[in-house]
Design a protein around this ligand. Structure first.
Ligand code: 13P
Ligand code: SF4
Length: 302
């Protein structure tokens, strides 16, 4: 971290001067997460924070769909992302036209979309969910069947916890689909580690886990259980960020990084604040319809 200090100081000074708020997702690197962020959290936490935010300028350190959600929920504010190319394999697995085709195939069946989707897909959805509230959102509709997209693995995990029948899509997180059940068993057997996993992992991996939850829920589980050794089966910046908070816990790695999350750096956060780039813009009609779906999610809560 010492080599990062000049950047951290420069960003924090510029942030104050601009009256900006910096939000960072759990998968941002420690120098961003601990060094410059005002608000940190899972994707639900960041969406809630954007809706409640007082500042006129928000910098989202995360991927594009997270910055879009912030802009949709705070349409009057300037929302910046340091790198517009920070995408997500789930968000790019489905288009608005795909959602319309699914609706035509399943007339009258409501659409629940994961937050990891484009604004255009959200606009064609009835309600949004994240991994922190997917079961509650699905059940809030009070219907026997919903279209749940785009994450097939999250969908299968949710289907195991509700009577509601889910029509699934074939999206995958390119980071979480790489973990194997064998890696999980190895961490437990060789290191006597507890296993905590994100629900974007395959069902075989989730079957091995002691706890499955959103990035914030995984952190809360560690607070409660304080295990001696844990393997965080998720993007590995998460363990890097938690290490400072849990000095007595040993973090065992299987490690996969999200290349999209890693696009955000101290350097491009600095230029983002200096040049006020890159601002998220969403067509008004798309934004209004996506907002309705996101607000339905926020009404359900966590
Ligand atoms: P969370 O909603 O748990 O923060 O997850 C978002 C994400 O992109 C996980 O890969
Ligand atoms: Fe998308 Fe996976 Fe990266 Fe999360 S970790 S932003 S789901 S590609």
């Amino acid at each position: 971290v010492p080599m990062h200090l000049p950047w951290i100081d420069a960003i924090n000074a510029l942030k104050k001067q601009r009256g900006a708020v910096i939000m960072a997702h759990s998968y941002q690197s420690p120098e961003i997460f601990h060094g410059v962020a005002d608000i940190t959290g899972d994707s639900l936490g960041l969406a809630q924070a954007a809706a409640d935010c007082d500042a006129d300028l928000i910098v989202v350190c995360g991927v594009h769909f997270m910055a879009e959600s912030a802009k949709i929920l705070a349409p009057g504010k300037t929302v910046l992302i340091p790198d517009l190319e920070a995408g997500c394999s789930l968000a790019s697995s489905i288009t608005a036209a795909d959602v319309l085709a699914l609706r035509a195939q399943h007339p009258g069946v409501p659409v629940v979309s994961y937050a990891n989707t484009s604004a255009a897909v959200k606009a064609e959805s009835d309600v949004i969910c994240t991994s922190a509230n997917a079961v509650q959102v699905v059940e809030s509709l009070g219907v026997p069947r919903v279209i749940f997209l785009p994450d097939e693995f999250l969908g299968r995990h949710v289907a195991g916890q509700t009577q509601v029948e889910l029509v699934l899509w074939h999206g995958r997180c390119e980071v979480h689909e790489k973990f194997t059940a064998q890696q999980a068993r190895h961490a437990r057997e060789q290191f006597d580690a507890k296993l905590v996993a994100h629900p974007e992992c395959s069902p075989e991996v989730l079957a091995e886990a002691d706890f499955v939850g959103s990035t914030t829920a995984m952190g809360k589980w560690l607070e409660r259980e304080k295990p001696a050794r844990v393997a965080m089966i998720t993007e590995c910046s998460m363990a890097d960020n938690l290490r400072a908070q849990f000095p007595t816990t040993q973090f065992i790695k299987p490690c996969n990084l999200c290349p999209h999350m890693q696009r955000i750096t101290l350097q491009n956060i600095y230029t983002c604040l200096r040049d006020l780039q890159h601002a998220i813009e969403i067509p008004a009609d798309v934004s209004a319809r996506a907002r309705a779906a996101l607000q339905r999610m926020l009404a359900v809560g966590r």
